[in-house]
Ligand binder design. Structure first.
Ligand code: 5GP
Ligand code: MN
Length: 342
């Protein structure tokens, strides 16, 4: 139980003393960072009249339908407004990230701010030193679930309206591969059941999240047909996409989301990696099953980190060199984690 009575009292005091509240979440927004931000926003605005959401950059198109999405101020597009909000804030929420390095160029604004800071997050190894109050639980599937549990701990479940419900459900759905991952617990389903009982239209949310464009389907098909490499003997697979290949299919933000999971779904494959050339660097996504700690590889070799089964990192250089590096370290990684690969 992370929402203890004592910590909820601290939360209440921080909120009651705050004139201006800003909600932040990590760079390259996903369904959980947007979902948890909007859920908290819809909730807090019922008791507080000055709440703003500031994110490092804009979320992919498949999340734009969410109620309140237009309330998010992206630093990348509206830097001066974000600087002003962060400067005036006296309470800042840090959602779905565990260290200031995850909010890109907003890290400076966070460091400079005198505001009190509250972290609500589910990533491992949180850096506690940059917040005043920390709600961190790596066992919980999503930050969106933690927002629900926060409302529950404050006896506020009756304040869940349609938009809050939609935001919580979206965060849970996207961070659990639609309720598939091992992070899903009976509690996760109980929350979903409660939201649906309150009238949430879950099937519309799935449609909104998983509708494809023609270009996206073609990009996915190309990646699987031409760019998938299976390293059978090491039970690994990887996919890479250069900038030119993405341009050929007019790839939009979010279009490669989930591609790495397709590689992971292969029979006999226990870890999968996706290399994506993006803005002059190589972004790398790692996924694994069972107890294979791909976050170790991300942290030790690719300046990243994340969850045991889903992590990310980067490589500065050419995409083929990133792939060679991975292929070179892979045998050792498999050897070190031999028991999980059997
Ligand atoms: P994705 O592959 O979807 O970009 O990221 C999967 C997960 O890996 C994210 O939820 C996040 O926890 C983690 N992650 C991705 N990129 C980074 C990174 O550059 N640094 C760290 N520490 N974690 C990352
Ligand atoms: Mn998350």
């Amino acid at each position: 139980m992370i929402f203890t009575t004592e910590k909820i009292e601290q939360f209440n005091a921080l909120l009651a003393n705050a004139k201006k509240v800003v909600i932040t979440a990590h760079k390259s927004p996903d369904g959980d960072s947007i979902g948890s931000s909007l859920a908290l926003y819809h909730y807090l605005t019922k008791e507080h009249d000055n709440v703003t959401i500031c994110h490092p950059d804009v979320a992919p198109n498949f999340l734009h339908w969410m109620i309140g999405f237009d309330k998010v101020v992206p630093h990348q597009e509206n830097e001066s407004e974000v600087v002003q909000h962060m400067g005036e804030a006296d309470l800042i929420f840090c959602l779905d990230y565990n260290s200031p390095g995850r909010i890109g160029r907003m890290d400076d604004l966070l460091a400079k701010s005198d505001a009190k800071k509250i972290m609500i997050d589910h990533h491992r190894d949180p850096a506690a030193n940059f917040v005043d109050l920390m709600f961190s639980d790596p066992q919980t599937c999503s930050t969106a679930q933690l927002i629900y549990e926060l409302m529950e701990a404050r006896n506020d479940l009756d304040k869940i309206d349609n938009e809050t419900s939609e935001a919580i459900y979206t965060g849970i759905t996207t961070d659990t591969g639609s309720f598939r991952f091992s992070s899903v617990t009976p509690k996760t389903h109980e929350i979903a059941a409660h939201l649906i009982n309150k009238g949430l239209n879950h099937s519309t949310i799935h449609e909104n999240l998983f509708t494809n464009t023609e270009n996206r389907i073609k990009l996915t098909s190309f990646a699987l047909l031409e760019k998938l490499v299976v390293v059978r003997e090491l039970q690994a697979a990887y996919i890479s996409l250069t900038q030119a290949e993405q341009t050929r299919f007019d790839a939009q933000k979010g279009d490669t989301e989930g591609l790495v999971n397709q590689a992971l779904s292969l029979e006999g494959v226990k870890m999968a990696v996706f290399f994506k050339e993006s803005d002059g660097i190589i972004k790398i996504s790692f996924r694994s099953i069972a107890a294979i700690p791909v976050n170790d590889m991300a942290r030790n070799h690719f300046q990243g980190g994340g969850h045991r089964n889903a992590s990310g990192g980067k490589f500065v250089g050419k995409i083929e060199d990133a792939i060679s590096k991975f292929v070179t370290i892979l045998p050792n990684f498999v050897e070190e984690n031999k028991s999980h690969f059997e």
